[in-house]
Design a protein around this ligand. Structure first.
Ligand SMILES: Nc1ncnc2c1ncn2[C@@H]1O[C@H](COP(=O)(O)OP(=O)(O)OP(=O)(O)O)[C@@H](O)[C@H]1O
Length: 312
């Protein structure tokens, strides 16, 4: 079910949100002479699913890294839940309830699925110097983490694989593990890095359902994705970047009709299906895309009707 009524006023770059969880102001990041990110103002709505899209090199990953403390901007301020995040390292940002998924690196692939999960737990008492001398202090924590890991693995249908090396998982199962691991720290905001990359169609629906499930559980989701089908299908709000700037934002249906979005994609992203991206080019929308568009319109109309009913 789509969430509507997120912005105050008409959708436009930098538009205010009714209840923002992340607020970005004048954030820039340069690499030598290249301005990779130059965002004037951006608000991410709470308890909704926001997609960050844009052509290759638009600055999406760089902005993502800045927001979760993995990189430092040259200028600007940004806050999460009203608290400034400038200068706060990633592990502290995670403790504040904002986590991001990580692609399974080579090293992590050589750990078992359960070990990967345990790495996602917030405080590892056993790792603290003094408490490591007192197993009684960390064993209960270890047990609790393990129980939580198993619960999440069951939810993500990976429980039968807990002893397997992560390297043996399929692309889709890895994505599920990345998501499950992020949930070990009970986050409020989950940032997903290309959740659909390398996922075969058999697992697509399950992944989409899990992402929608995060919203149902009260979390906020922000993700970077190239798969426009997925963006249309599950995003409540879409932010479009090009050349470091936010060039458009709004509900998926509106934003993909926007001239700035069409220009951004026509400029440097020839490989995407423009019919699907813009919904404009007659004859290029395949049957599946048309069906999806219809579904989204119905979802939005229903959500709008319900919101109006509630406001009466
Ligand atoms: N560490 C770095 N050093 C130098 N240039 C960088 C670095 N990281 C990113 N860039 C440059 O910054 C620009 C933005 O890159 P970024 O990876 O954020 O784009 P993106 O929108 O995520 O692209 P893609 O969709 O291809 O992943 C690109 O021109 C890229 O080459």
């Amino acid at each position: 079910m789509k969430t509507v009524g997120l912005a105050v006023g008409e959708p436009a770059p930098g538009v205010k949100k009714n209840d923002p969880i992340l607020v970005v102001d004048h954030v820039t990041r340069r690499f030598g002479g290249l301005v990779a990110v130059d965002v004037e103002h951006l608000e991410i709505p709470r308890n909704a699913i926001t997609a960050l899209i844009g052509p290759n090199g638009a600055g999406k990953t760089t902005l993502f890294n800045l927001l979760c403390g993995f990189d430092k901007p040259n200028t600007g301020t940004w806050s999460y839940d009203g608290k400034s995040l400038a200068g706060i390292p990633a592990f502290k940002v995670a403790r504040m309830g904002q986590v991001r998924t990580f692609q399974l690196t080579k090293a992590l692939s050589l750990l078992t699925v359960l070990e990967n999960m345990k790495l996602g737990a917030p405080k590892q008492r056993g790792e603290r110097f003094w408490s490591s001398f007192f197993p009684a202090l960390w064993r209960p924590q270890e047990k609790a983490n393990e129980a939580k890991a198993r619960e999440l693995l069951t939810r993500f249908k990976l429980d039968a694989k807990e002893k397997d090396f992560a390297a043996s998982l399929s692309g889709g199962q890895r994505k599920l593990l990345e998501m499950a691991r992020a949930l070990m720290s009970d986050p409020n905001l989950v940032m997903l890095d290309e959740p659909m990359a390398g996922v075969n169609p058999a697992l697509t629906q399950s992944l989409l359902d899990h992402i929608l499930g995060l919203k149902e559980d009260g979390m906020t989701v922000l993700f970077v994705e190239h798969d426009m089908h997925m963006v249309r299908h599950i995003a409540d709000w879409v932010v479009v970047m090009a050349e470091g700037k936010v060039v458009a934002e709004g509900p998926p249906d509106t934003v993909m009709q926007d001239q700035a979005v069409i220009d951004a994609y026509l400029g440097s992203h020839q490989d995407v299906d423009l019919g699907v991206v813009t919904g404009r080019i007659a004859g290029e929308l395949d049957a599946e895309a048309r069906e999806l568009l219809e579904e989204i319109r119905e979802d939005e109309a229903q959500a709008l009707a319900e919101a109006e009913e509630e406001n009466k």
